[in-house]
Design a protein around this ligand. Structure first.
Ligand code: ARG
Length: 405
């Protein structure tokens, strides 16, 4: 009997070829594992294809709920946005896939797992580091990193073995999709000067073709987790799907990012992430109302760290757990509603309210009803400015501009 290997199977060209190649090269029986993280594919067709190409078993796991509740929402609560631009859709799905690969390998008594990543990207790191953390004894094979075939050679290999070539293989773009966003690279996008052609966008309408009337949407949060849209309670998966459609229709969610990969390459990636951008913006607006200034300042630093950890494949680490505990605690009063306006590619926060708001009308108003004791300010300023005055008197203000001025 041959040893078994569990392969993360997408139904695309590389992973289909990998089924054959793993058998030929390593004499391994391949169990294909397809993971549904909201990429809206025909999963039974993918399953059939895996078996036809030679997998001994083809499993499909619906992981949408786990993805949203254990990966996407914690990242949203953390305000994780890599390099200030990328909501980390692909990056967040990889640790979940690593976990499911490991689970299935243990269930099936497989000695190895495989994924279709090449040797140039971040995803190989996320898979390998995650799998190693969870099951250090499992062997990992990454066929596309090993086989050294060009795209043409891979297609020729598929033809030789009677593996049907998906139409997506003729597309010049490399695409990865899940509920949190779509990542698009390759083809003309590799020239950072070229404007992304309209054809790469499938989730968002071009802003100039978006409706001429703005749309308002109200998002309700409970402890930093979005739970309602326009007052209607929705589960996380449905809420995200709904917002992707709504914001996408208004041209909201396009990102053009020249990013720093972990492996040292700068690469240009286009993202579509309508729900992610709307939710991140709404969440920040609610935090501005419900967290203190000091909490907000500190949390911004954590957000950068958290996003880097996710991007760099360090989900299954104790540091990530530590940060997650802090983030969770920081969300205990992030409850309330944010109103946003979607219009021709823009998304703006136009209102926010919370039962635990720190905004006080009485303190802020310039109108009647002002409760702020203005007379106390001069004493405050006297003490606040004390070290400034002392230093200026003793040492002078000696920067060159000040002297010349
Ligand atoms: N650059 C993104 C990341 O590292 C997405 C990677 C996958 N992109 C793709 N077009 N297949 O998370």
């Amino acid at each position: 009997m041959s040893d078994k290997i569990v392969l993360a199977y997408s139904g695309g060209l590389d992973t289909s070829v990998a089924i054959k190649w793993l058998k030929e090269k390593y004499n391994l029986d391949v169990i294909a594992l397809t993971i549904d993280v909201g990429n809206e594919r025909d999963f039974s067709a993918i399953q059939q294809k895996a078996l036809k190409v030679g997998a001994v078993k083809a499993l499909v796991k619906d992981a949408k709920e786990a993805f949203v509740n254990h990966f996407v929402f914690p990242a949203l609560q953390a305000d994780a946005l890599y390099e200030g631009q990328y909501p980390l859709a692909t990056a967040l799905s990889r640790p979940l896939m690593a976990k499911l690969l490991v689970d299935v390998a243990l269930e099936e008594g497989a000695s190895a797992v495989a994924h279709g990543c090449t040797g140039k990207g971040n995803d190989q790191v996320r898979f390998d580091v995650g799998i190693n953390a969870l099951a250090p004894d499992l062997k990992i094979i990454a066929p596309a990193r090993e086989w050294g075939m060009t795209r043409e050679e891979t297609i020729a290999y598929a033809q030789k073995h009677d593996i049907s070539i998906p139409i997506t293989a003729s597309s010049p773009y490399s695409i990865d999709e899940n509920l949190w966003g779509k990542s698009i690279e390759c083809g003309v996008l590799e020239d950072p000067w070229v404007e992304p052609p309209e054809e790469v966008f499938t989730w968002t309408r071009s802003p100039d073709k978006a409706p001429d009337k703005p749309q308002y949407v109200e998002i309700g949060f409970d402890k930093g987790v979005p739970v309602t849209i326009d007052g209607q309670e929705l589960d996380g998966v449905t809420l995200i799907q709904h917002l992707n459609e709504l914001a996408g229709k208004h041209g909201v969610g396009r990102i053009d990012h020249l990013e720093n990969r972990l492996v040292g390459i700068k690469s240009r990636e286009i993202y579509e992430a309508p729900a992610a951008l709307v939710l991140l913006q709404a969440h920040e607006a609610l935090q501005a109302m419900t967290l203190s200034k000091a909490q907000l300042r500190f949390k911004q630093k954590v957000a950068v760290e958290y996003a880097d950890l996710i991007y760099n494949g360090l989900w299954f680490t104790l540091l990530r757990q530590d940060l997650a505990a802090y983030v969770k605690s920081s969300q205990r009063f992030v409850t309330g509603t944010v109103r946003l306006k979607l219009f021709k590619g823009s998304c703006s926060v136009v209102g926010r309210s919370s039962p635990v708001s720190l905004y006080s009308y009485g303190l802020a108003t310039y109108d009647k009803g002002d409760e702020f004791d203005q007379s106390a300010s001069s004493g405050f300023i006297h003490i606040w400015g004390l070290p400034v005055r002392t230093q200026a008197q003793v040492q002078g203000i000696s920067s060159s501009e000040e002297k010349e001025g």
